[in-house]
Design a protein around this ligand. Structure first.
Ligand code: PGA
Length: 264
């Protein structure tokens, strides 16, 4: 069932197994404010939440909003634990392009979260397989992820789960697609430096999160958002699996929503 209003609609089934709310904002800033409010509400309801976090340019504005709320004394991260979705392989933590560095720089250094409760997969170990298993175990020991924040790739990837023949279940090593390597190259000084592999939570790992928040802005995401919401559920569009998750909120700006708006 689809209910379309101006800036909000939901996709739900009668039994409540599927429940996806889509919130459309005019601008990136407005989208970030709304998404940050949902995360803040999560921390108000459960101060010791396990947050699954994402890197990329999309969540930066959300992290800035969260930092502001913390500085204004409206948010407390002291009991929060975080687990990040993914990390490049072959890049050490102190490399400015690593996702650990990104998270420290864009969020952790600016709020009162104890660093020892912030987890990012280790992509610089030569024991990648064990690292993947350990990361799954860690999430389980933490009692699972309460709220997972996700960006989306132009090709529909979530985390670094690239389009492929099947949904990968657990945290695993992945060869990045050429289009992803090219998209990531904007942060590196040469193409040769862009990592070709990453460690990522699997689709199964992501689907086990109790609540999922997907964010997307810009026209470059319009097709991925359309396919996620209305295309077939297929590992060729990894985010499409979210239609089977019981608690998803999608925050988009009007550009990312433009293909849906045109066709519906
Ligand atoms: P972006 O990346 O936020 O930099 O667009 C999102 C993603 O690839 O998951």
């Amino acid at each position: 069932m689809l209910r379309l209003k101006k800036d909000f609609f939901s996709i739900a089934d009668r039994k409540g197994w599927i429940n996806m709310n889509v919130i459309v904002s005019k601008t990136y800033e407005e989208m970030c404010q709304k998404a940050a409010r949902l995360i803040a509400a999560q921390l108000t309801l459960k101060p010791d939440s396990v947050l699954g976090l994402a890197t990329g340019s999309t969540p930066i504005g959300i992290y800035q909003e969260l930092i502001c709320k913390y500085q204004e004394d409206r948010l407390d991260f002291s009991k929060v634990t975080t687990v990040n979705l993914d990390e490049y392989v072959g890049i050490s933590e102190d490399n400015e392009q690593s996702y650990r560095y990104f998270m420290n720089h864009n969020l952790f250094d600016h709020v009162n979260i104890p660093k020892k409760y912030t987890y990012v997969p280790n992509g610089s170990t030569d024991r990648i397989e064990e690292e993947c298993e350990d990361y799954e175990q860690l999430i389980e020991q933490l009692g699972g992820v309460d709220l997972q924040l996700l960006g989306i790739g132009g090709n529909g990837h979530i985390g670094f789960n690239e389009p492929c023949g099947e949904f990968p279940e657990y945290t695993h090593l992945v060869d990045l697609k050429q289009e992803t390597i090219e998209a990531n190259s904007r942060f590196f000084s040469s193409m040769d430096e862009v990592p070709k592999q990453a460690v990522t939570m699997g689709i199964g790992t992501i689907m086990q999160a109790k609540k999922v928040v997907l964010v997307a802005n810009g026209v470059g995401k319009a097709k991925a958002i359309y396919d996620t919401l209305f295309g077939p559920v297929t590992p060729n569009v990894p985010a499409s699996i979210l239609r089977f998750h019981p608690d998803v909120t999608v925050f988009v700006d009007e550009e990312a929503f433009s293909m849906v708006a045109q066709k519906h």
